[in-house]
Design a protein around this ligand. Structure first.
Ligand code: S3P
Length: 427
C-alpha cells in the first residue's frame, strides 16, 4: 500500500493516544489465565495485539469485544485448552516469546509458528531458559515450535541480554510452579509491565530494592481485573519529535504511560534542551505511572547515549535519530546492538534509508554516529516493512517539509493502525 504524505507546518493540539502495545499484550494474556472477569479499556487493536488475542481465542479463551472494550471470562491458570490449529504469532515477537512461556507450562500439547521477519529473529534466548525450567520445546525447519507438556521447575536465571520479552516468557511459565520459585537477575533493567500486572492480578512477584532481582512463584490466586490501558509512549514518541522540531508547535498528549523503564527518550530529549513537561501523573496500579506530556518546539543540542538509557528507549531510537539530525552538534548512540534483531536490523535500516535521503550517519557495530546535517535529496518514493522505520521516515519528511510517497505503509498497522488519522488531525 502506497500512502502520500504532505508536509505540515505547525503541530498544535491536545490528543489521547491508543493503548500501550506491551501492556495490551500482557492484559489479555493475564486476563485469559486469571479467575473471573477482566475488563480492558483503551486496548490497542494493532495487528500484533490482535494476533495475541486470536491465539488466546484459539486456546479457548472466552474473549468478547464490546464497543472497543475487551471482556474476558477467565477460567483460571488451567482454563485454556489445546488449540485445534497451529497457533500463528505472525510477525509479533511479543506474541511468540510470551506465548512460548505460557504454553510451556500447559497440560496440553501446542504448536505455534510465525511469519515474515520474525522467522529470522533469535528465539534461543527464550528457548534456553524455558528448557532450563523443564519445558519441552522443539522447533522444525518450517519455524513450527512444538511444545509437549512437562513439569516446570524453579531456577535462578541471570539474563544474558536485556530483553523484557525473554523475562516475561520466564515469568509466565513461573506462574505454574508448584513448590518452586524462579529468581531472575537483570544487569540492565527492562520494562517491568509483566511483573507489575501479575501483582495487580493478585500474583506473587517480589523485587529487591534496586529491582535487579525478581522472585516469582505460583500464580494460583490470579483474579480478573479492570484496566484502562495508558497511551503508548512508543507511539507518542513520533508526535513528541514532530512537535519538538516544527517551529511554533505546542502539543499535549493525555494519559500516556510514563513507567521509568519507558522514559529514556523523554529523559534524553530534556538533556538535549527540549521543553517537555510531564504533568498530572498518577498510578493505575503499583509500578505503572500515567501522565500528560506537554511539548513545545525547542532548540536541541547533540548528545551521546549508552547503557541503561538505551534500554529505556530501545523502540524509540529510529525516531530519536531524526532529532539528532537537527540537533546542534554530533550525536552518538552506543550499546544498542539489540537494535540489530528487531523487526529489521534497525541500525542498518536507519543508516541506509536516512543517508539515501541526505543524512550523514556512520554505522557502528553497536550504534551510530549522527552528524547534524541533512542535505535533503528528493526520491520518487521510499518505504520500509519495519513499522518503526516507516513511521520515522514519515516524521523525517514532515520535519523537512517535503512530500513523501511511502511504500509498504500497511506495516504501520503492527503498532499504530491509526497513525495517519492522528497526523491528519494536524493537517
Ligand atoms: C517488548 C520488549 C522489547 C521491545 C518490544 C516490546 C515487550 O523487546 O523492543 O517492542 O513488550 O516486552 P525485547 O524484549 O526484545 O527487548
Amino acid at each position: 500500500m502506497k500512502k502520500v504524505i504532505y508536509p505540515r507546518k505547525i503541530i498544535r493540539g491536545i490528543i489521547n493516544l491508543p493503548g500501550d502495545k506491551s501492556i495490551s499484550h500482557r492484559a489479555i494474556i493475564l486476563g485469559a489465565i486469571a479467575n473471573g472477569e477482566t475488563k480492558i479499556k483503551n486496548f490497542l487493536f494493532s495487528k500484533t495485539c490482535t494476533t495475541t488475542l486470536n491465539c488466546l481465542k484459539d486456546l479457548g479463551a472466552e474473549i468478547k469485544i464490546n464497543a472497543g472494550d475487551i471482556l474476558i471470562n477467565g477460567k483460571g491458570l488451567f482454563g485454556l485448552k489445546e488449540s485445534k490449529k497451529i497457533l500463528n504469532a505472525g510477525t509479533s515477537g511479543t506474541t511468540l516469546r510470551l506465548l512460548l512461556g505460557l504454553l510451556a507450562a500447559q497440560k496440553f500439547k501446542s504448536r505455534i509458528t510465525c511469519e515474515g521477519s520474525l522467522k529470522n529473529r533469535p528465539m534461543e534466548r527464550v528457548l534456553l531458559p524455558l528448557k532450563e525450567m523443564g519445558a519441552k520445546i522443539k522447533c522444525d525447519s518450517n519455524n513450527i515450535f512444538e511444545i509437549t507438556p512437562s513439569e516446570i521447575f524453579g531456577m535462578k536465571y541471570k539474563m544474558p541480554i536485556a530483553s523484557a520479552q525473554v523475562k516475561s516468557s520466564i515469568l509466565l511459565a513461573s506462574l505454574y510452579l508448584k513448590d518452586h520459585e524462579v529468581e531472575i537477575t537483570e544487569k540492565k533493567l527492562t520494562r517491568d509491565h509483566t511483573e507489575n500486572m501479575i501483582n495487580y492480578f493478585g500474583g506473587n512477584i517480589i523485587f529487591n530494592e534496586d529491582k535487579t532481582k525478581i522472585l516469582s512463584s505460583s500464580g494460583e490466586n490470579l483474579t480478573g481485573q479492570e484496566i484502562i490501558i495508558p497511551g503508548d509512549i512508543s507511539s507518542a514518541a513520533f508526535f513528541i519529535v514532530l512537535a519538538l522540531l516544527i517551529p511554533d508547535s505546542h502539543l499535549i498528549l493525555k494519559n500516556i504511560l510514563v513507567n521509568p523503564r519507558r522514559m529514556g527518550l523523554i529523559k534524553i530529549l530534556r538533556q538535549m534542551g527540549a521543553k517537555i513537561f510531564v504533568k498530572n501523573s498518577y498510578e493505575i496500579y503499583d509500578g505503572e505511572l500515567v501522565a500528560d506530556i506537554e511539548i513545545f518546539y525547542s532548540k536541541i543540542n547533540g548528545i551521546e547515549i549508552s547503557g541503561q538509557t538505551v534500554v529505556d528507549m530501545i523502540d524509540e531510537i529510529p525516531v530519536f535519530v531524526v532529532v539528532c539530525l537537527f540537533a546542534n552538534g554530533i550525536s552518538v548512540i552506543k550499546n544498542a546492538e539489540e537494535l540489530r534483531v528487531k523487526e529489521s536490523d534497525r541500525i542498518m535500516s536507519v543508516v541506509e534509508n536516512f543517508n539515501k535521503l541526505g543524512a550523514n550517519i556512520k554505522e557502528c557495530e553497536d550504534g551510530m554516529i549522527i552528524e547534524n546535517k541533512f542535505d535533503f535529496k528528493p526520491v520518487k518514493s521510499i518505504g520500509h516493512k519495519d513499522h518503526r522505520i516507516a513511521m520515522s521516515l514519515v516524521i523525517l519528511f514532515l520535519v523537512t517539509g517535503n512530500k513523501l510517497i511511502l511504500e509498504d505503509a500497511e506495516c504501520i498497522d503492527d503498532s499504530m493502525p491509526d497513525f495517519f488519522d492522528y497526523l491528519e488531525t494536524f493537517f
